[in-house]
Design a protein around this ligand. Structure first.
Ligand code: ARG
Length: 612
């Protein structure tokens, strides 16, 4: 008999593969049996759908093959019945004792989520704000997707480094600093708005002619390189010259400048932390490892490529060429300066060779696709795609899509500027609060009579939960339309819908007067059975989120689980049922469901109000 602590799908799959091997031969032991949770209890709990495909490949009659496999599958007491159906499916009905044992075994702290055996850490590159610039919606996505993936890996027992690769070094920063110092602003009393203005001014003053851009386009460089080359080609402009000399002094460690530079960072980050706090993400100063962290490693990084004979000179600059494409990777400019890509290569060395991560995941918008492709290929050329102990490193860029406005264009304010993250969060919170206040006026509402402070907290949790859920429930690479009305709704596939379901379960449990829920599980109705089958999928769902790096799989599943609970609740009275044993079992199932929803929402970084 198989290990019973896993999702039954795995137990069934394994048993069917053993049958494949004995009926068809060893070479079929890994064929996919395609086991699915059945949509209708009439057809058992699970369906084995993979036999038709195999029969076709082998030129056999699918029903006959299904019969042979069925006779050979050894599920012992795990399954009550196996039946061949239709053109060659096998329907599996689990035995009651097996289902009950699985459910009770899941009801522990782990909730059926198994720890990973891989002891290598994982680096997740997220947020990536730029000093002197406000956070905008793009940073929202990078931050919450990255944070959710980090939570999932941590839940699976992995060590995660959340790497906030701040844009805190280089010419753009030097420009702002120079601009501010030249206008005599007091850097102690500066606000993020002042910084933003200085940033824009500085960019404007030092704006290049078109020659630089043309050059960049000729070698089909990515957006970052285009910006950098623009700057490189703007030497005639005095502001650019002054910024460059500021940068050189910074690089040489000029103490006064460095302390002013730190003030810029402090001012930017103070604002950033306010938003991060509201967002309920686990990201703080301890996760900052910005571009400046790598500044003394850049020369060595370039040397490593020179020594490995992987770079070549091109008009005085150093580039790395790839066999399969024209576009090279620029790693050092002709004036000897290093660029964004050089820093990222140094970061790859650090993450794979020093932190020894075997996965490096970048949650950065789709416009930097080429940049990351080039980096990953360069890392492979030089051998930084293996950890020091020889494990393969998985590099992955998650090129998330844009947040769009009603007009299906990237979200903009009415005046046409890009929407800052803080204004977006303020709006979400205001909407959440308005919604809760409105509901609390109803005498039957759980929140009726609560203090204004309590309602405010709940409103924030709902507003923030709404935008996070809406963001994470899309497949990441797609763009989506920011529609606050839909996101905040208590119905449909939304955060508030799931939060609300959870709060209702909490109130049901409270009304029961019980505090511990450990009665034996009993299964008397199809709805109880379906709810249990759904719950048993949890561990596997978390595994697939980690495997595919897709939090929306968890959103979808939580929505299905909430649906399964509501069918159960409609069909099965809990508090009103006479039989104490049944009541105890139903309360336990409700509490288990509530804990799974809380755990799942926590992996999405979404808080659950006790009452809503
Ligand atoms: N600061 C960058 C930007 O705003 C994002 C940083 C992404 N991470 C990285 N390792 N390059 O474009």
């Amino acid at each position: 008999m198989q290990n019973m602590t896993k999702d039954p799908k795995q137990t069934i799959s394994k048993a069917v593969q053993e049958a494949f091997s004995s009926v068809l031969g060893e070479q079929y032991k890994d064929a996919n049996p395609v086991v699915r949770l059945s949509q209708n209890p009439k057809f058992g709990d699970y369906q084995i759908n993979g036999i038709m495909g195999l029969a076709k490949k082998l030129g056999q009659n699918p029903r006959e093959l299904a019969e042979k496999i069925k006779d050979s599958v050894d599920l012992a007491s795990f399954a009550e019945s196996l039946e061949v159906a239709g053109p060659g499916f096998i329907n599996v009905t689990l035995s009651l004792p097996a289902l009950i044992t699985l459910c009770e075994e899941m009801d522990t702290d782990s909730l059926g989520v198994h720890k990973s055996e891989d002891s290598h850490p994982i680096a997740i590159d997220l947020c990536g704000v730029n000093v002197a610039k406000q956070l905008h919606v793009g940073h929202l996505r990078s931050t919450i997707i990255g944070d959710s993936l980090a939570r999932v890996f941590e839940r699976l027992g992995r060590k995660v480094y959340r790497e906030n690769h701040l844009g805190d070094w280089g010419l753009p920063i030097a420009k702002v600093l120079e601009n501010l110092l030249s206008t005599g602003v007091d850097l102690h009393a500066i606000s993020i708005e002042d910084l933003n203005t200085a940033y824009k001014d500085a960019q404007f003053i030092a704006k290049d002619d078109v020659a630089g851009l043309e050059t960049a386009k000729n070698i089909s460089a990515g957006p970052h390189r285009i910006t950098e080359l623009e700057e490189q080609n703007a030497e005639a402009i005095p502001a650019q010259e002054r910024a460059k000399s500021t940068l050189v002094r910074l690089q040489q460690g000029d103490a006064d400048l460095l302390s002013n530079w730190e003030k810029l960072i402090d001012c930017t980050m103070k604002e950033v932390y306010v938003s991060l706090d509201l967002l309920n993400v686990k990201l703080g100063p301890e996760h900052n490892r910005g571009e400046s962290f790598y500044r003394d490693r850049l020369a060595d990084t370039v040397d490593a490529f020179i020594n490995a004979k992987l770079s070549e000179e091109d008009d005085g600059a150093l580039i790395v060429r790839f066999k399969d494409r024209k576009r090279p990777l620029l790693i050092q400019k002709s004036d000897g300066g290093f660029i964004y890509a050089t820093t990222d290569l140094a970061a790859i060395y650090f993450r794979t060779q020093e932190l020894k991560c075997d996965s490096v995941i970048y949650v950065v918008d789709a416009r930097q696709r080429d940049h990351f492709k080039d980096l990953f290929d360069a890392a492979a050329l030089i051998g930084w795609n293996k950890t020091p102990d020889g494990a393969d490193v998985m590099f992955k860029h998650i090129p998330f899509g844009s947040v769009l406005g009603d007009d299906k264009k990237p979200l903009k304010t009415r005046s046409g500027s890009s929407v800052t993250l803080s204004s977006l969060l303020d709006e979400a919170i205001a909407r959440g609060r308005a919604e809760v206040r409105r509901r609390s006026e109803d005498e039957k509402s759980q929140t009726h009579g609560m203090s204004s402070k309590e309602l405010s907290t709940i409103g924030r949790q709902i507003g923030i939960g709404a935008i996070k859920y809406a963001d994470l429930s899309n497949d990441l690479v797609s763009d989506y339309v920011f529609d606050m009305d839909r996101m905040i709704s208590f119905e449909g596939n939304t955060g508030p819908y799931i939060q609300y379901a959870c709060a209702r379960i909490a109130s049901l449990l409270e009304k029961s007067g019980e505090t511990s829920f450990s009665s034996r599980i009993l299964i008397n109705t199809p709805q109880e059975r379906l709810l249990i089958l759904k719950l048993l999928q949890y561990g596997n769902v978390i595994q697939s989120v980690a495997q595919h790096l897709e939090p929306h799989l968890l959103c979808l599943w939580l929505h299905e689980l909430t649906g399964a609970f509501s069918s159960f609740y409609q069909a099965c009275p809990v508090l009103k049922v006479e039989d104490e044993a049944i009541k105890g079992s139903r309360l336990r199932l409700s509490e288990l469901t509530r804990r799974v929803i809380v755990d799942g929402l926590d992996l999405l970084g979404i808080e659950v109000p006790q009452k809503m």
